[in-house]
Design a protein around this ligand. Sequence first.
Ligand SMILES: *Cc1c(COP(=O)(O)O)cnc(C)c1O
Length: 227
Amino acid sequence: MTSIAANLQAVRARIFAACTDAGRAPESVQLLAVSKTWPASCISQAIAAQQRHFGENYVQEAIEKIAALGSETVEWHFIGPLQNNKTKLVAGNFAWVHSIDNLKTAQRLDNQRPPGFPALKICLQVNVSGESSKGGVSPEHALQLARDVSNLPNLSLRGLMAIPAATTETAVQRQQFAMLREVKTEINRHGLELDTLSMGMSHDLEAAISEGSTIVRIGTAIFGERQ
Ligand SMILES: *Cc1c(COP(=O)(O)O)cnc(C)c1O
């Protein structure tokens, strides 16, 4: 077994254990393998080990890997900051975007989604840490953005994503994940039907799952430390 296959198995075991602890079905959490900075050959190893969802942060780098590996067996998720001059490439190559925090970018993706493609699945990135260095719409403005994005016909608004402040304190991790869950509950109370919480990374997936995560985004624990 390659180390990537072994790491995937270990991450799946962590997800399974966290779901069991939380009284949740293991299938309710999807594993997104974050392959940024790693070559297509590493992704191929993960594909051989039955991994299907991959997350990328840098458009140009991702496009090369998507061209090499295709989109038939793999579902590609864009999870990084998105500049307006890159929206067309993202609209034409990805199935999901997790990092939408403004209406203008969403409108561009909606306009640029190629005809005949299924709706682009969207998560709004919410700033749950209050750090000004972090992207994301504020929790107070998330409902309005959700309403606006849900009206765009070529997008399918699915949920919320957060990158919490880095901390090893479980209580603080859980507090930030709980905030994202509460924002989703509040949006759904207003008639939308979000079903996705994209939260949890290599060091905090257990806390995220205990607070309701449905997609964990895992890089380091699968592929190793990035340079
Ligand atoms: C890099 C990245 C991850 C993966 O983080 P790890 O700590 O390597 O698991 C998850 N989400 C986003 C948005 C990232 O940029």
